[in-house]
Design a protein around this ligand. Structure first.
Ligand SMILES: *[C@@H]1O[C@H](CO)[C@@H](O)[C@H](O)[C@H]1NC(C)=O
Length: 407
């Protein structure tokens, strides 16, 4: 079934990807994109071959159909890999590089928000040791964020990989580079595991978040390294049971919950757990930001075991978030933020306000617990401070800078 050198497979393919090399396991069959006409030369558009291989894998009744992208470079236009598939599990094994078209022109008449998307697939495992290269420069050069006066600037650029309406899925071992915008989007998913990723884009690239999670439940992120121009990980609305461990972040904007409630909607974010994160030179560390016009709640958030190296706003809750400082009038509404724990947080801040809990007058932050926090300035002779407004809770153990929570 598979035209694939056996030696290459050894060591690269974990148990879940075992498929019928020499037809040893007839229950799991490979669908190699080369068998569907892909050129793998980095210049021929291989999207049709990818889609044909996907369609066959997806309609295969075998137990573990595996689509294989071998160790070559494949230029792929925007595509959607649709489910549901026949098999309970389906594997998408990337050993080579998937390359995006380098010109935004390719997206003319197409959905500019995406490049590679998986839609409605359950039991999907995307993995391998390969690369996904978004070639985002063409988009960055025309982004309204950095070129607001350019006549045809764009605010929306393709996300490299979207997982839409997925169940019981995973993404592991891939190296992402230079997405035009967000690298990985998890949207309307229940049960997603993300392991061992490297995500890299220039510090100056606009909106190139590492991973964004939206309207999803039961997501685990473990062991990832993100250096980009925006949030390393951002958590959007309608999310719960999100567990994030072992993250290296920087440069970038840190780990963010929000912004939330921008359109006056009812926010529902619950049970977010972030632990063992090393942040270096990021603009924020642990952040929650909500718009005053929003309603609903963010509750049950833990940030613990964080280490900061020259982070600009190490601990920040901004309940008065506004895209233009001062442009948003004070409102009677607000997203309620409660039960937030900051524990075991160490390192250095590059600004003097290291703890900033800027909560709303109408809907205060409650149940904030700070435990064992020791931050110092990255500059000699600077003393750090905390700033709190309408922030209620308790502090335990050593806290530096001195805590400012109201009881
Ligand atoms: C708190 O938020 C208000 C409203 O956005 C802003 O004007 C103020 O500068 C913030 N304070 C700090 C210390 O960030």
């Amino acid at each position: 079934m598979c035209r694939f050198p056996f030696s290459l497979i050894i060591g690269l393919v974990s148990a879940i990807f075992a498929c019928s090399i020499n037809n040893a396991n007839p229950d799991a069959i490979c669908f190699n994109v080369l068998d569907y006409g892909a050129a793998g030369d980095g210049t021929t558009d291989d999207s049709q071959a990818f889609l044909m291989a996907w369609n066959e894998a997806c309609s295969s009744e075998t137990e573990n159909p595996t689509l294989i992208i071998p160790r070559l470079t494949f230029l792929v236009s925007p595509v959607v890999f649709r489910g549901p598939c026949k098999a309970k599990n389906i594997n998408f094994l990337i050993l080579g590089m998937i390359l995006a078209p380098d010109s935004p022109q390719t997206w003319k008449g197409l959905d500019q928000s995406q490049w590679l998307a998986f839609h409605g697939v359950s039991g999907l495992n995307v993995g391998g040791s390969g690369w996904i290269n978004g070639q985002g420069k063409g988009w960055w050069d025309q982004s309204c964020r950095y070129h607001p006066h350019m006549k045809e600037c764009t605010s929306l650029a393709p996300t490299a990989v979207k997982f839409l309406s997925c169940k019981r899925s995973s993404l592991s071992d891939i190296h992402f580079v230079n997405s035009a915008q967000t690298h990985v989007l998890i949207m309307r998913c229940d049960g997603m595991e993300i392991n061992h990723l490297i995500i890299q884009a220039p510090e100056t690239s606009p909106n190139t978040d590492g991973i964004h999670i939206q309207a999803s439940y039961n997501v685990v992120i473990n062991d990832i390294i993100v250096s980009t121009g925006d949030d390393c990980i951002s958590i959007g609305d309608h999310t719960s049971n999100i567990y994030i461990f072992n993250v290296g972040c920087g440069p970038g904007h840190g780990i963010s919950i929000g912004s939330l409630g921008r359109s006056g909607n009812i926010v529902q974010v619950e049970n977010i757990y972030v632990s063992r994160v090393y942040l270096k030179g990021t603009t924020n560390g642990a952040r929650i930001k909500t718009w005053q016009v929003g309603k609903g709640h963010v509750r049950g958030v833990t940030f613990e075991n964080l280490y900061f190296d020259s982070v600009k706003n190490p601990i920040i809750i901004d309940q008065n978030y506004c895209n233009i400082r001062g442009a948003c009038k004070e409102q009677k509404t607000g997203v309620q933020i409660s039960d937030v724990l900051f524990e075991n947080i160490y390192g250095t801040s590059s600004t003097d306000v290291a703890i900033n809990l800027n909560c709303s007058r109408s809907v205060a932050c409650t149940g904030i617990l700070m435990k064992s926090i020791y931050l110092t300035s990255d500059k000699i002779g600077h003393k750090l401070t905390s700033y709190c407004t309408n922030a209620y809770g308790y502090s335990l153990g050593m806290i530096q800078p001195l805590p400012c929570l109201q009881i």
